[in-house]
Design a protein around this ligand. Structure first.
Ligand code: HAM
Length: 418
């Protein structure tokens, strides 16, 4: 074998692909009922799009971006997430001119140079949603409720919805001061990254998974204790609305997001059946990002679901065996030509029909029909052609029925669920 796929990427093949399509279809249907419209954005962007928004000192920007110079010496990055490119496109295409909230969704690959492990990939797929132009906490509750509906619709159970508020640029300085005071005398226990982060962006220390840092930051002050009145009210109303909508959730004042752009609401959904990479979806508010990107001050909120995280949780419970509705086994040249004609006519009516091309015995053709999970089979030989009648056999129930060799007859039979 000369070539192999890169580390941390996947080939997604049938029958697994039907699980992917199942999730995508469920999500699209729910997005539609909430008025979210699809957008497709480039997979690569100018590197600047990500640096300030995600945060210069975030793990993503510091260590995980696929960044390269193109032939014009521009710095290009394969998108590690969808929100920053979305905000770039929102401003560039003047989407703020539409009535608020402007609601969009996307599906597609993201790229992070992380250490591959179970359910963590370097190319992974997200289904994301973003709603712009409204800072009312009812929208926060609604989008979290929509996320919960999508996850429920694909069959996920026992998920943990954790929410918090991480404040805004008014109250964050007070919190950062309190955090720094708390962490100051523990600096000796920090990893070298956190030693630096303590000075540049102490909030990032909270995100560090190195055991020494995890221990050192234990008991650090929770950000929710430092919210200004506006953020506190927003958070209270979010909780009330989630209760009113019956969206089960827990408050986690220590929830930390790996991206710097969040303000106020932040949330994460996890499953205890996934091991260490337990987050299936996450999101939050980013009320400052549009302005920071040079657009008109516009609040925004969104989330992204990790496809590879939900697939293993639902795969086994889904029926993925798919097969043709009709398999035609011709015996002889004339029958083979007639089989092709019948197949084409039925396909034009939207039926999935396969023809055997092997010119072998009935037994071996039937074996093949079985292998590809054909629902019904007909054998087409000299007698059938002469009498214009065929036997249609249901491969599940083994029932047989003789029908006229007229397209409408099979069409009807297949349609009636045989
Ligand atoms: P995030 O938390 O970085 O948020 O990613 C969202 C989800 O993507 C995670 O909860 C996880 O399910 C999945 N994910 C992340 N990294 C990987 C990986 N290496 N392999 C497999 N799955 C992964 C964002 O990306 C934000 N843009 C979400 C957002 C939208 N916030 C507001 N709007």
């Amino acid at each position: 074998m000369k070539y192999r796929k890169l580390k941390g990427v996947q080939d997604i093949l049938p029958p697994d692909i039907s699980v992917w399509q199942f999730i995508e279809e469920k999500a699209r249907k729910i997005f539609r009922s909430y008025g979210y419209r699809e957008i497709r954005l480039p997979i690569m962007e100018s590197t600047d799009v990500f640096i300030r928004s995600i945060g210069e000192t975030s793990d993503i920007v510091e260590k995980e971006m696929y960044t390269f110079k193109d032939k014009g010496d521009r710095s290009i990055t394969l998108r590690p997430e969808g929100t920053a490119p979305f905000v770039r496109a929102y401003i560039e295409n003047h989407l703020n001119n539409e009535p608020a909230p402007q609601k969009y969704y996307y599906m597609g690959p993201m790229f992070r140079y992380e250490r591959p492990q179970a359910n963590r990939y370097r190319q992974f797929y997200q289904i994301g949603a973003e709603a712009m132009g409204i800072d009312d906490p009812k929208l926060d509750a609604e989008i979290i409720s929509m996320l919960s509906l999508i996850l429920e619709a694909v069959g996920l159970k026992g998920l943990n919805f954790e929410i918090t508020s991480i404040g805004c640029k008014e109250c964050r300085p007070d919190y950062i001061k309190a955090l720094k005071d708390f962490l100051e005398d523990k600096m000796l226990d920090f990893c070298s990254d956190c030693g630096r982060r303590f000075k540049t962006n102490p909030l990032r220390v909270l995100d560090c998974k190195v055991p020494g840092c995890v221990k050192a930051k234990k008991g650090s002050p929770p950000v929710v204790d430092y919210l200004c009145k506006d953020c506190g009210d927003h958070f209270d109303q979010l909780k009330n609305n989630l209760n009113r909508l019956n969206v089960p959730h827990t408050i986690n004042p220590n929830l930390v997001r790996g991206l710097d752009y969040y303000t106020k609401t932040a949330f994460e959904v996890s499953s205890e059946n996934l091991g260490s990479q337990s987050a299936v979806a996450a999101g939050g508010r980013y009320d400052g990002m549009v302005k920071e990107f040079g657009g008109p001050a516009t609040p925004g909120i969104g989330f992204a679901i990790g496809m590879e995280r939900i697939i293993p949780l639902i795969k086994d419970s889904l029926e993925t065996t798919d097969g043709p509705e009709l398999y035609i086994c011709p015996l002889g040249n004339e029958a083979a030509e007639e089989a092709l004609r019948i197949a084409e006519q039925l396909r034009a009516k939207g039926r999935w029909v396969e023809v055997n091309y092997d010119n072998t015995s009935i037994r071996s053709q039937m074996r093949k029909a079985n292998k590809i999970n054909a629902k019904n089979v007909i054998v087409l030989g000299d007698d059938e052609l002469k009498n214009r009648k065929v036997t249609i056999k249901n491969m599940g129930s083994k029932d047989e029925e003789i029908v006229d060799l007229v397209i409408n007859e099979y069409h009807k039979l297949i349609q009636s669920g045989k």
